[in-house]
Ligand binder design. Structure first.
Ligand SMILES: [Fe+2]
Ligand SMILES: [Fe+2]
Length: 311
């Protein structure tokens, strides 16, 4: 076993307690490795069986202590990305079922079912963090989601409350519509998960590690979330790669068109409230850095799928 194999094995088998020892870039390396030798849908299913974790096992004690010591301004900057994530996780939970109905094979149907459970767990993770760290009087999850819903990000609103549910509705009306499934996986797995979510997770976790917060409940839980997402992204790449190989003239343009439509929504989502760059600079980051990382990730995934966006 070389060093890389050993790191991969540590990531693959880490328990929730051990998540504090993992680096996000090592977790995300699974996606690049997957591009070199694509796992089967059932390999991804088995990985899911092995990588279970429970929100109820997390301890948010250190998180709460640190939160209480923060200034009001610091809290405002810290909470923005959580708002995007919490509502985003609920949206992807709510819209995935029609993708399962449209699955062309039982293996795909089974993998996507595991993903739906993951997304529900991610929403529960944010709900618990919210109740135990910033605190809230919201009596249930709907009330809390509505309270914290990011309304100022136009790109975000359009993507999560219009485009994604629209595609999901199309699949619900006609589960045999394979072209909508290809467009849906492009938007869901490639734009939302591989480009937006993993970029946000990467910078949030790197920043926490730099600030010695890897023992926080949030760090451990969010690393587990990112490991779940790495399976979802591998699924998306595999599914689209197979579709494009099977019929490049039919499916290639659908992937391309969906991406071109979503590109302004990606930059729109990364736009901070009121254009206030302190949402990034408070953490020693910049909006350009996020955007560049997002685009580099996107281009790597597209190359694996067999799509050239510039073409
Ligand atoms: Fe998720
Ligand atoms: Fe996901």
């Amino acid at each position: 076993m070389d060093v890389q194999d050993r790191i991969d094995e540590k990531v693959a088998s880490a328990t929730l307690k051990e998540m504090g020892d993992l680096r996000i870039d090592d977790v995300l390396a699974f996606i690049d490795r997957g591009i070199e030798s694509m796992p089967s849908y059932m390999d991804l299913y088995r990985r899911w069986e092995r990588q279970q974790w429970a929100v109820s096992d997390l301890d948010f004690g250190p998180d709460r202590e640190s939160w209480e010591a923060m200034t009001e301004e610091g809290k405002k900057y810290a909470i923005w990305i959580q708002r995007l994530f919490f509502n985003g996780e609920e949206r992807v939970t709510a819209t995935l079922a029609p993708f399962i109905w449209a699955a062309p094979t039982p293996e795909i149907e089974i993998f996507l079912t595991t993903q739906m459970v993951d997304e529900a767990r991610h929403a529960v993770f944010f709900d618990r963090w919210w109740r135990e760290v910033p605190g809230t009087d919201a009596k249930d999850m709907r009330t809390l989601l509505d309270e914290v819903r990011p309304t100022v990000n136009e790109g975000y609103n359009e993507l999560f409350y219009d485009r994604l549910p629209g595609l999901s509705q199309r699949l619900a009306s006609d589960p045999t519509d394979i072209e909508s499934l290809v467009a849906g996986v492009t938007m869901y797995h490639i734009v939302i998960e591989a480009t937006l979510a993993l970029t946000g997770q990467r910078f949030a976790l790197e920043t926490m590690r730099e600030q010695d917060e890897s023992h926080f409940g949030f760090y451990k839980g969010f690393t587990a979330v990112a490991r779940d997402e790495s399976r979802h992204v591998n699924f998306g790449i595999k599914f689209l790669q197979e579709a494009v190989r099977e019929d490049p003239g039919r499916f290639g343009p659908i992937v391309q068109r969906t991406l071109v439509e979503c590109l302004p929504l990606i930059s729109g989502t990364l736009e901070p409230p009121d254009g206030d760059q302190r949402y990034y600079s408070e953490y020693g980051r910049s909006q350009e850095e996020f955007y560049e990382y997002a685009m580099t990730s996107l281009n790597k995934r597209l190359a694996a799928i067999g799509i050239n966006l510039a073409a």
